[in-house]
Ligand binder design. Structure first.
Ligand code: PAF
Length: 284
């Protein structure tokens, strides 16, 4: 069932809660791919009812980012969701979410602002305000849908860590379930932004997973010095790659490390054909 209005969703949820049914939320920005479907499958296994939100959230995009050209494929998304047995696809307009004609700015609207360290490292360094926008919309979706469980992909590892932090700090009574990265057979992590890449670009993009896999195998072979592990990336990079960051940090707190250990995660952001791609791997 496709719903656009908050009140319609609330009505349905109220009915389910009366019947004692558990609700799972899969927040998405649409352009659904197999990565999203894995979250939906997990939600179906875990909960009686599943809601997928499909909303390209304007407040998590910077002024020079791809909000306008972000792929919007609602009809196809709804078909995929119906095939997976999703109960509600919630696709609100920006007016429905943030108010009619509202200027979307934090001097007018209440935003959720996670701690500085979490939002100003890794992706946050180049995407000022991004995680405030993500947490704000996610908390709004949590309040609208009131799920027992919400499902997020490990591909956006920093996002999941920040959402878990928000849920803990604000006592949000929802269990966050993190699901593994889904990859093409080539190793490329699935992302809605892969649609921007040419066939050659997709080949060049394999460098992200190659660098991460190599770091993991070097770690398994006994190299723990973070600088030495990061250095290995240069064996893979060419002039087709515009690296934004490669870091090895604590998988729960994002704190920097000098020595990698089994709690470490390696994360990379790199532009290929001007498309900003991210990926990560647990070293354990
Ligand atoms: O990961 C995403 O697609 C978005 O950041 C999310 C969580 C749906 C919030 O808009």
């Amino acid at each position: 069932m496709l719903l656009h209005r908050i009140e319609e969703v609330r009505e349905k949820i109220k009915q389910w809660k009366k019947e004692g049914l558990s609700v799972g939320l899969v927040p998405t920005m649409g352009a659904l791919h197999a990565g999203h479907l894995s979250l939906i499958k997990k939600a179906k296994e875990t909960c009686d009812k599943v809601v997928v939100s499909d909303f390209v959230n304007p407040i998590q995009f910077g002024p020079s980012e791809d909000f306008d050209k972000y792929p919007r494929t609602l009809d196809a998304d709804v078909n995929l969701c119906e095939n997976e047995g999703v109960d509600i696809v919630f696709a609100p307009s920006a007016n429905e979410m943030y108010g009619e004609g509202q200027r979307l700015s934090n001097d007018i609207l209440t935003y959720v602002c996670p701690p500085f360290f979490y939002v100003n490292t890794l992706c946050g360094k180049s995407r000022t305000g991004h995680f405030d926008g993500v947490c704000t919309v996610v908390l709004k979706l949590f309040n609208i849908v009131q799920p027992e469980y919400a499902f997020f992909g490990q591909k956006d590892a920093q996002q999941v860590i920040i959402i878990k932090k928000m849920v803990k700090d604000l006592n949000v009574p929802i269990q966050i379930i993190q699901c593994p990265i889904v990859r093409e057979d080539t190793g490329l992590a699935l992302s809605s932004r892969n649609k921007y890449l040419s066939e050659d670009g997709k080949k060049d993009a394999l460098v992200l997973s190659k660098i991460l896999n190599n770091i993991k195998s070097c770690y398994k072979n006994g190299i723990t010095d973070v600088d030495a592990l990061k250095e290995t990336a240069y064996n893979f990079l060419t002039d087709k790659h515009d690296m934004e960051y490669l870091e090895i940090v604590d998988k729960n707190t994002l704190e920097n490390k000098t020595k990698a250990d089994n709690n470490s995660i390696a994360l990379i952001a790199c532009r290929v054909e001007k498309v900003r791609l991210i990926d990560n791997i647990y070293l354990e």
